[in-house]
Design a binder for this molecule. Structure first.
Ligand SMILES: O=P(O)(O)OC[C@H]1O[C@](O)(CO)[C@@H](O)[C@@H]1O
Length: 325
């Protein structure tokens, strides 16, 4: 494969060099459970939990995703008392306070807990009943890049989706090198970043928005595609750049939305459909499509950071593990 971009920082290394890790990730068997699976996490890990839960549902296993603290403090509004529940706790570090609290509260209540992490020796890995631990790129710093892709890959496998690590790594890497350099042409004059994605792709849209925000200190928004027309569209102008993650089931209506947004001045990055830059995606399964496009979203955030002269290695106010005293 010809490589069009080379890393200049640890963040860029962990984005560009993640693909061998996808290939090496130990395959995990599907997790089947006779009740509802609740997937929890914080920040990026919560957004991954959303895409995992969507995939579990599509595979026939009832699931929902909630932020860790919602499960600790308000679980009665997410499941009924009578429901049989098990917990899927997602955390790169295995140490985020709310995720660990969710794990402990669930175990105390007798629930089975599956942990997805990158740290074999973490609290999450030690205390969960079943652990999927996949080490991330050694250069990865505060912002989650390779770890996000790896945990998503393993979560999709737990959901029972066929995930060929070699094939997906090859297409994701090719996409990154072919389209990564072309993202820069979309950026001039754009300061308002919007990420749209439906169903399995909504978690990815939220992750794209968080990534760009953390890396480049920009205002970002994430919505379900047609929801964006109900109010948020009032902000669209010549400063807006929309990353639209086309869902294979609803690409027609999303293409219409892209045209509406372009008419109002937005530039559109069309991931799997039309746009000012259109990135063709052959993958027809939405969750696998999301995983394939995730490194390109990470690169997008990094390019905006570079265009603003911001060092994404040291994101403002963030630490690798966010703990509550
Ligand atoms: O996956 P972990 O280790 O629980 O951490 C999630 C954290 O990582 C971040 O993505 C980056 O710091 C935050 O959103 C969140 O606090």
């Amino acid at each position: 494969m010809s490589h069009n971009i080379s890393p200049m920082s640890n963040v860029e290394r962990s984005i560009l060099e993640q693909f061998p890790l996808w290939q090496q990730a130990e395959p995990v068997p599907p997790y089947r459970f006779g009740g509802r699976l609740v997937a929890v996490g914080c920040g990026t890990s919560y957004y991954l939990a959303q895409t995992m839960a969507a995939t579990f549902n599509r595979q026939g296993q009832a699931a929902l995703a909630v932020p860790g603290n919602e499960w600790v403090r308000h679980q009665q509004v997410y499941v009924t008392r009578q429901e049989k529940v098990s917990l899927l706790a997602v955390s790169r570090s295995g140490e985020s306070t709310e995720t660990v609290q969710a794990l402990r509260a669930s175990r105390e209540a007798g629930l089975h807990v599956v942990g997805v992490t990158c740290e074999q020796s973490s609290t999450l890995a030690r205390e969960a009943d079943t652990v999927v631990s996949t080490p991330t790129h050694p250069a990865e710093g505060i912002v989650m890049t390779a770890s996000a892709s790896l945990m998503l890959l393993q979560g999709l496998r737990l959901a029972g989706l066929a995930v060929d690590g070699n094939a997906l790594a090859a297409s994701a890497e090719q996409l990154l090198h072919e389209y990564g350099p072309r993202l820069d042409a979309l950026l001039p004059g754009r300061t308002h970043f919007v990420f749209l994605g439906a169903a399995e792709l909504h978690g990815l849209a939220q992750e794209g928005a968080l990534k760009l925000q953390e890396m480049s200190l920009s205002f970002t928004q994430a919505y379900h595609p047609l929801e964006y027309r109900h109010g948020p569209v009032s902000l669209v102008d010549q400063k807006t750049l929309v990353a639209l993650l086309y869902h294979p089931d609803t690409a027609g209506e999303e293409a219409q939305l892209a045209r509406e947004l372009q008419d109002k001045g937005a530039r559109v990055l069309g991931l799997g459909g039309p746009g000012d830059l259109s990135v063709p995606l052959e993958e027809e399964d939405a969750a696998r499509r999301g995983l394939t496009v995730l490194p390109l979203l990470q690169w997008f955030g990094q390019r905006v950071a570079r265009s603003k002269g911001i060092d994404s290695e040291q994101p403002r106010h963030l630490t690798k593990v966010v703990s509550l005293a």
